[in-house]
Design a protein around this ligand. Sequence first.
Ligand SMILES: Cc1cc2nc3c(=O)[nH]c(=O)nc-3n(C[C@H](O)[C@H](O)[C@H](O)COP(=O)(O)OP(=O)(O)OC[C@H]3O[C@@H](n4cnc5c(N)ncnc54)[C@H](O)[C@@H]3O)c2cc1C
Length: 261
Amino acid sequence: MKTFNYHSAKDVKEASKLASSNSAFLAGGMTTLPSMKLGLASYKDIIDIKRIKKISGIKVSGKTVTIGAITKHVEVANSKDVKKAIPSLAALAEGIGDPQVRNRGTIGGSIANNDPAADYPSACIALNAIIHTNNRKINADKFFTGMFETSLKSSEIIEAIEFNIPQKSSYQKLPNPASRYAIVGVYVAKHKTGINVGVTGAKSSVYNDKNLAGALSKNFSSSAIDNVKISTSGINSDIHASAEYRANMIKAFAKKAVDAC
Ligand SMILES: Cc1cc2nc3c(=O)[nH]c(=O)nc-3n(C[C@H](O)[C@H](O)[C@H](O)COP(=O)(O)OP(=O)(O)OC[C@H]3O[C@@H](n4cnc5c(N)ncnc54)[C@H](O)[C@@H]3O)c2cc1C
């Protein structure tokens, strides 16, 4: 590992000031540390944000659930408030990785990293999330811009993620048997204002499947999906699954999610 400067930031302002195009924030370190150890990434400055209490914790108010960026997956999975307000979100967190990953990994780190197979981005899309940073509020559909890419600037810090509580929702995934990342994951959410189908694992970045959402808007039942054709264009193909297999799984897991709502 190359040498770097370690900073422990006392608040968001200090963390943001220390940041540059050659730095990383250290939340749980579940992506940053292995990437550095394997020589896939190197940084001049590592800015530890784990001690900034202001960006931790879970709040439920009327129509929304707001989760601080450094809240760990295990806290979301075990939260009685999340289980009551959006049970599918708690279940998603419970299905991430293994106990070690869930006890270190954070929701902010997960969405900032935007791994194409990560689970939380699909929840952000399906639950019309608003990403609160130290500078602005970003709607989820403008936040995830490509493979491992987001609209965040280098000194911008996610403070919290605000999810809309849906009428019904379910997240279903085909997990990679080793890492539990989604080979395909589908998050269906029915809101008063419409339906979203967040799909992860299938393309270079999470997306809202408008064809599936359109069919479900007319008839919210798994049979409504039967005639929707999922194109293989832009769908990932790798040693785990071909594009054709993934396209089938999108449909199968969307149906499963609707049945589980
Ligand atoms: C073995 C293994 C299995 C896993 N399985 C799954 C899985 O099944 N599903 C899944 O979804 N994920 C999975 N993950 C990912 C894991 O859940 C973490 O969420 C992810 O690795 C990010 O880690 P972290 O929160 O520790 O962030 P870090 O590694 O600390 O940071 C990651 C990146 O996010 C940036 N960042 C962190 N916090 C912020 C912030 N508040 N504001 C702005 N930028 C920030 C950092 O600068 C860095 O670039 C797995 C990881 C491992 C190692």
